[in-house]
Design a protein around this ligand. Structure first.
Ligand code: C5P
Length: 221
């Protein structure tokens, strides 16, 4: 690609689910495929950016020219994200991070017993990765994602403000044929004094539109 408009910029992108261990053989996770984040990484590198892709466990090929760092847990992703954002111009949090982790990971496989019909696992809150990046003194242009099933605009704008983001891309996961695991998606993107609807299309095409939008907004800030 002859377009080198992002040359010299470092873009850091999180993608996929996280995996929160319960014991050596079990975990808590979610259905994120990682497709949106991988598409954004590919779009950014195609415009000449240096891309670091921090990936949870997904079944996707690494886009060309991307430095991929595989992680498992949210804590793991948090650590790597903070390391990588020191030199980042843009941070995009596309990962579906588990909100809670297991309070005490069992060293051995938890056994089922004949006496207990019920069991419970204590969970504690994970660090909010995108909020901690946005709280850095030299924060990169920080973009969050919001998967909502209702009141998309209201919740997305709330997150934009609360997490101190520069931009948030919201998808309506209740709609058929878009969002989780799908090859297509539509986004409503919000920033402090504007918004735009990016209608339903393939994730790679949508990623390119989002990358261009981020670059435009960065110039204005
Ligand atoms: O609050 P909520 O989880 O809906 O916010 C979604 C956004 O926050 C996404 O950009 C997601 O990647 C990010 N996030 C994060 N760390 C968490 C939870 C969410 O970076 N622990």
């Amino acid at each position: 690609n002859a377009n080198q408009s992002l040359a010299g910029q470092h873009w850091v992108i999180t993608a996929g689910p996280t995996r929160e261990a319960i014991d050596p053989v079990r975990y808590i996770s979610n259905h994120s495929s990682g497709k949106m984040g991988f598409s954004i990484a590919d779009a950014a590198q195609s415009f000449g950016a240096t891309v670091t892709l921090i990936a949870g466990p997904v079944n996707l090929a690494t886009p060309s020219n991307c430095n991929r760092i595989d992680v498992q847990s949210a804590e793991n992703m948090h650590e790597v994200a903070l390391e990588q954002t020191i030199s980042a111009d843009v941070f995009i949090a596309c990962a579906a991070v588990a909100d809670y982790k297991v309070a005490k990971i069992s060293e051995h496989k938890i056994k089922k017993t004949s006496t207990n019909d019920e069991m419970s696992i204590e969970l504690v809150k994970n660090p909010d990765i995108v909020a901690s990046v946005a709280a850095l003194k030299n924060k990169p242009f920080t973009v969050g994602f919001a998967a909502e099933t209702q009141d998309v605009e209201h919740y997305a704008k709330g997150k934009l403000a609360r997490k101190n983001l520069d931009m948030i891309a919201a998808n309506d996961v209740a709609k058929q044929g878009q969002g989780f695991n799908s090859d297509d998606n539509a986004l409503k993107v919000f920033w402090h004094n504007g918004s735009i609807d990016l209608p339903l299309t393939g994730k790679r095409q949508l990623a390119e539109q989002l990358v261009v939008l981020i670059n435009d907004r960065m110039q204005d800030d």
